[in-house]
Ligand binder design. Structure first.
Ligand code: EPU
Length: 427
């Protein structure tokens, strides 16, 4: 078991390079199952979720190699369906993409119910609805989802009842090799949906409209191998933007697409933080006094739920009361108890949190209760003078590529240490 120790109170200054996007990489990796030739993926982040996705691909018969750090080669020509071990699919939410990929490639899928961060009920009914719209029969039993389309999938109309990122991506994955045309309505518009569509189109798929709420897919018979670079991770970039503002520093954050960061930039500007855009970088300069704001998380292009805990830390440091509304998940405030250990004054009522900013914060021993909550703990600890400890950091490592090394290089007093199991904090 490892933990992160941070001596905070120092401004972060310098340059940080952002890695490839977690939520795109995991979908694209499973989508490689549709291609029975070698695919080379570049700008792949080195994170636990990617490691698990690649292990699953190997276990179902794909040849996987990493010729260099951010490059992965996947050859799924000899893959077989229905063999993904539950102890691996259970480790990550994105294993649900295997359902769409196995169904698209083999006409049959058998996958354990996905795991992932716990913030309330995380249903997959919309994914199942999409598969059924393409002609599959789906059964759920004993934590296993089994889907079958005996004569292969057929194009169809899919109308989502809620805007779902995973559902939209799974519908895309399942439909590219289906027989006929598919229309996906009320589709999510996140940049990683466009990235997945661009990847599949580079392999020979025929997808139009990704990035809008109507996506059209003309089924093709076969996909071919390609080389493709994953887009930069907007949530990793946003996390370092907030870290610069929280520590009173100045960071140039490179390998980003500034357009993807607009909602985050807008909220930082509202708090008084300066963000200068370059072609593939943003420069974030902290301000003397952070202003309180109101914010609601929403699907893209709204402010992302995956940046909610991080901006909450900034609200704690701002003057006055901020109002935060979680618009995507039922229960994404578990980290609030941890921030309270550092002196934060936050009242949660359902999906609304009122943050009374400007209260004195102090270092503490806290937990990363999930991935983005863990990032928020890191930011808070960097901002607060004194030594804080963050436990359960495996959550952070699921989604942040070398966070300790990257923050150290810009002046963060941060290290990772091994903790004997009998000294793990249970509070
Ligand atoms: N929903 C349903 N039924 C479904 C699917 C979703 O009711 O079948 C609901 C969910 O309960 C939620 C809302 O729809 O209230 C949106 O869920 P969505 O499907 O968009 O979430 P997801 O695809 O499971 C991805 C990211 C999350 C991110 C959300 C929202 C991956 C692997 N995960 O989850 O990322 O919060 O989109 O943007 O792509 C993270 O990276 O920390 C993370 C949790």
């Amino acid at each position: 078991m490892e933990k992160i120790i941070i001596s905070g109170g120092q401004p972060l200054n310098g340059e940080i390079e952002v890695s490839g996007m977690k939520n795109s990489a995991v979908a694209v990796i499973f989508a490689c199952l549709l291609v029975d030739e070698k695919v080379t993926l570049k700008n792949v982040p080195q994170i636990l979720d990617v490691d698990v996705a690649l292990q699953i691909m190997e276990r179902i018969g794909c040849k996987v190699s990493r010729p260099c750090v951010a490059t992965v080669e996947i050859d799924a020509s000899e893959a077989q369906g229905g063999r993904a071990p539950h102890e691996l699919t259970d480790k990550m939410r994105a294993s649900y993409y295997l359902l769409g990929a196995e169904l698209g490639r083999f006409g049959h899928a058998r996958v354990g119910m996905p795991g992932g961060c716990n913030f309330g009920v995380r249903p997959i009914d919309q994914h199942i609805k999409a598969f059924e719209s393409l002609g599959a029969t789906v059964n759920e039993s004993d934590d296993i989802v089994e889907a079958t389309a005996t004569r292969g999938l057929k194009g169809g109309n899919i109308f989502f009842d809620v805007v779902t990122v995973g559902g939209t991506m799974n519908a895309l994955i399942a439909s590219v090799l289906a027989n006929g045309n598919t229309e996906i309505e009320n589709a999510a518009r996140e940049p990683h949906i466009v990235d997945l569509a661009n990847f599949l189109n580079t392999c020979g798929a025929n997808i139009r409209g990704a990035g809008t709420d109507t996506i059209k897919v003309n089924g093709v018979e076969k996909l071919h191998g390609c080389a493709y670079a994953i887009i930069p991770d907007m949530i990793e970039a946003g996390t370092y933007m907030v870290a610069a503002a929280a520590t009173g520093g100045r960071l140039r954050i490179t390998n980003v697409i500034p357009k993807h960061l607009e909602s985050i930039t807008a909220k930082l500007n509202e708090m008084g933080v300066d963000v200068a855009e370059e072609d593939e970088a943003v420069v974030v300069s902290a301000c003397e006094r952070l202003e309180h704001i109101n914010l609601k998380t929403m699907p893209y292009p709204g402010y992302p739920t995956d940046m909610q805990p991080q901006i909450c830390v900034l609200m704690c440091l701002a003057s006055g009361d901020s109002r935060l509304v979680e618009g995507v998940w039922d229960n994404r405030y578990r980290y609030v108890e941890e921030l309270k250990r550092m002196g934060a004054d936050i009242t949660v009522n359902g999906r609304v949190a009122v943050v009374s900013g400007g209260k004195p914060l102090h270092p503490a021993r806290v937990r990363a209760v999930d991935l983005r909550a863990g990032a928020a703990m890191v930011i808070a600890a960097l901002a607060i003078k004194g030594t804080s400890e963050i436990e359960d950091i495996r959550y952070i490592e699921r989604g942040y590529d070398n966070i300790v090394g990257k923050l150290k290089a810009v002046g963060g007093q941060i290290k990772k240490i091994e903790v004997p199991e009998n000294l793990i904090y249970e509070g």
